[in-house]
Design a protein around this ligand. Sequence first.
Ligand SMILES: [Zn+2]
Length: 551
Amino acid sequence: MNDLQRYNQFSKSRRKERALPTTREVWLYTRVSSKNQKDNYSLTCQKEAAQKFANEKGYQITEEFGNINESASSDYTRKEFYSLISKVKKTRRKPFGILVYVINRFSRSGGKAISILNDLVENLNVHLIEVSTGLDTTTDEGMVAVLEKLIDAKKDNQNRLKHTIPGMKKFVKSGHYLGKVPIGYDHFGPRVVDPAKRGIEQKIVINEDGLKLKRAWEWKLQGFDDVEIIKRLNAVGVKITKQNISNMWRRPFYCGIQKNALLEGNPIKGKWEPLVSEEVFWGVQQILDGNHQGYHIQTENESRPLVGTLYCPKCGKKLTGYIVRKKKRHYYKCQKCRGVSIAADSSQKVKTLGAHEMFLALLSSYQMDEKYIQPFKIQLQKTFQSMKAETFMVRKSYEKQLSVLQAELETLDERYAYGKINDDVLYDKFRTKKLAEINAVREKIDDTEIEISNLSYFIDKSIELSQNIHKNWQLGNLEIRKRIQKTVFPEGIVVDTTSRTYLTKNVNSLFLAKSQFMKTSSDRKEKLPTKNDEELSLVAEGGFEPPTFGL
Ligand SMILES: [Zn+2]
């Protein structure tokens, strides 16, 4: 995958969405400079304006810093500023942002201020908010505007432009990193915030902690929770807080991706060594988003096979399962939305339909009356006649190769995670090789169009399976059930728990074709015959793969 755009979801605008519900608490920093009288706006006025702004925006000012004459030319000789920054770093209860009347109240130190701001926004998820304009760093555009103002403040101060947006852009675009590197890395080279000193010397390397954190990612993939991972890390000498570890999972930096407001929404590959592969990074994202597809998680339960297939009608998230032990009844429910809940099995007492019975009914609805099967087969044959034979077989064999390679990779990772491979260099070498092989096969698969040989055999087999799909689901074990669900409804189904109906999103093309065919066939008596060629065009375009479910 070379789609770097997907890292944009970790940009500040997305972070804002996450940050908003957590807290509306903000801190206030006020300052008047002792030297430069002309840009002074009294402390009382700054405070009043900030309070008014906070009221309007629904912020709550919980801490105040400043209230004093401090020169902003050197950040760390300012006592109040220093205590603000160190407190924001230390505190567990981080504010959403820091209010300043105008940006130059925050700092006039230019490069240092940029570094501090980067640290605040990127590492601590604390924003800078300008009261006079409402500008803030929650979006990329806002971040760039604030950086520009910080540079201007420096320019005013020294009357000399040392840092420029174009200069920083160039630096960042060349894959260099601006600001403080996250835990697990050491940063060598010149002070990177100073463009004048920027050279090719920047070196960001994985340190010893980093090597251990690498394992943490693997543990995360295996479904261990943060508490357990922190415990394990502690045991090998890495101290990390819950907050820091949850920040780590969301930072594309760790898979070598550079995303910075200055890149204007075009993330690039950074010049540092990734701690984990992009594959691992995205695997962890799936787990964080509650989407465990492709990763085996221990919480699976035989009694709740539809976990992973059912989606919430309100928020679109996957439903989770739980059991009411007293009643010995299983349920599916949305973690987020109140009232979205459905019993797994029907109740004879209350006479309500459970999720499983509803699902069986849905599957049976694709069962075709015997009299339609022959004409449907002929129709399918026609539809696929244009497809060439060999390509399909070739594709099948590539797919087999791919699953073997993926299993090998998994075994390798597992061995590493459990400490059976102690040589990191060797592990990386194996892993890179395996990934390259996987990519090569994937490309080959993409090259093949889906075409079918041995057409009538596949059609017969597929139809036979599809006709009995509800029975197979009913009799199948958890694995078979999941496979059926995934094949027929690759994107899952939405359950309306109020009306007790399922809404299908994306249906396997054979099942879609069947339902289309049944519809047009039953209509046929009343209506004029439709043009046969058009009926299944959708199937041909979307590519058709006979579902075998591995049964
Ligand atoms: Zn929901």
